[in-house]
Design a protein around this ligand. Structure first.
Ligand code: HAM
Length: 416
């Protein structure tokens, strides 16, 4: 028996009936982003491996474990993009966008690739809508981006969404804070769970997520990064929060919010949806004031986010009652005897050229089977061509039928 192929692990096919919800997510995002001055830019799905190693950060899980890396015929190491920000920054520099009015506002959409352990809402190929504003450190940029993401999510009708907000300050503040947190944890070692104690050096922030009673008590008194921000970063964060407040955005302040990418500075945020399971993050982002410089440009502040299209689609999945409802396609299905098939194709073509949805039997069904098919595809009308050249138009929902001159069909069907 020949081997049966399946979509690779962690990937899936998007079937025709699954398209509308995904298309709508991208359309709503596009309309709102373009109305706010963001221009679409597409970058290749693969880039030099070093761009991500440097941009996303050598120590991150993404770079250490999750990249799809391959060598091309010329011996170059390439990687399927695990995220968009590094590529957008590469393109910003490559096209001299620093010479344009700043910030350069760019959005993109498409597939991204991470070799993660697949589970509901976590895939090896997934789709993001991504927005970046490069070239301004104004807190207005952070607030505008968060407002836009929140409005897109709200217009889509995703329920149970919470915004978590934090600030990471500068890499130096963060390093000093982590040292302080390690010392604090060591001074309370006896009260911590084994797991947390063993990871003090590697990942002291984990301690904040622990369920262990003793650890929780210790962490309730632990210093947080927000308390240690330097005055300029603290002031920036105050302004972002004030702008969100005065625009009616509610958020949960999260002093321990960490993100899986190294480039963040200052503001970080995540949108979570409680209708999803463990993979509840439907979008996230933040400021990355050091990335452009890290990639060889002048120091250039920037901020952005990505929304996860697949997870938003999961959160919007219709309930079963709705899923049972039949969709109508507003079109016409042409039903014809064997002798009339040629005419049926010519008529369908004429209608399609006039912008009317038209379909016909392509499987040699008998008249009865063709009527069933008209119903199955959700056609609003069936046009029944008789052998004598006459035609009958049937309203599929009321069953009403009337004789019609096929020459007037486009006119009749275009009428509202
Ligand atoms: P991220 O948090 O890694 O950020 O991803 C953003 C969103 O993409 C997540 O909230 C999630 O909805 C979706 N996502 C990520 N990984 C997967 C996966 N394996 N399967 C399904 N969905 C996934 C970034 O990618 C940053 N580049 C965002 C950004 C832009 N920061 C600044 N500018």
């Amino acid at each position: 028996m020949p081997e049966k192929f399946k979509a690779p692990r962690g990937t899936f096919d998007v079937l025709p009936e699954q398209q509308p919800v995904r298309r709508r997510i991208v359309e709503v995002a596009q309309r709102r982003l373009e109305a706010a001055g963001y221009g679409r830019m597409d970058t290749p799905v693969f880039e030099d491996t070093d761009l991500f190693a440097r941009g996303v950060g050598e120590s991150t899980d993404i770079v250490q474990k999750q990249m799809f890396t391959f060598e091309d015929q010329g011996g170059r190491s390439l990687t399927l993009r695990p995220e968009a920000t590094a590529s957008v920054c590469r393109a910003y520099l490559e096209h001299g966008m620093q010479k344009l009015a700043q910030p350069a506002k760019l959005w993109t959409e498409g597939p991204f690739f991470r070799h993660e352990r697949p589970q509901a809402g976590r895939y090896r190929q997934f789709t993001q809508v991504n927005a970046e504003a490069i070239g301004s450190d104004s807190p207005l940029v952070d607030a505008e981006l968060i407002l836009l993401a929140g409005d897109i999510i709200a217009e889509l009708g995703v329920e149970g969404v919470r915004l978590r907000l934090g600030s990471l300050g500068t890499p130096e503040t963060r390093a000093a804070y982590l040292d302080e947190l390690r010392s604090y944890l060591r001074s309370h070692e006896g009260d911590l769970s084994d797991e947390v104690r063993n990871r003090i050096d590697a990942n002291p922030l984990r301690a904040f997520d622990a369920d262990h009673e003793g650890t929780r008590k210790v962490m309730a008194e632990a210093p947080t990064l927000l308390d240690r921000l330097d005055p300029a970063d603290a002031e920036h964060f105050e302004q972002v929060k004030a702008l969100l407040d005065c625009n009616g955005v509610s958020f949960d302040l999260d002093p321990t919010l960490v993100r899986g990418l190294d480039y963040y500075t200052r503001t970080v945020f995540e949108f979570e949806c409680d209708r999803l399971g463990a993979q509840s993050g439907i979008g996230g982002g933040g400021r990355y004031d050091g990335l452009i410089e890290l990639l060889g440009g002048q120091p250039t502040p920037a901020c952005g986010w990505a929304l996860g299209v697949d997870r938003i689609a999961l959160a919007l999945e219709p309930d079963e009652a709705q899923a049972g409802e039949k969709e109508t396609n507003d079109g016409v299905f042409i039903v014809a005897e064997e002798v009339g098939r040629q005419r049926a194709l010519a008529l369908a073509t004429e209608l399609r050229r006039a912008g009317i949805t038209a379909d016909l039997d392509l499987a040699g069904r008998a008249i009865k089977g063709q009527m069933k098919q008209a119903d199955r595809v959700g056609a609003r009308h069936a046009l029944i061509l008789a052998g004598d050249g006459k035609a009958t138009l049937r309203d599929m929902s009321s069953g009403e039928e009337r004789e019609i001159d096929p020459a007037t069909l486009v006119e009749t069907l275009s009428a509202p």
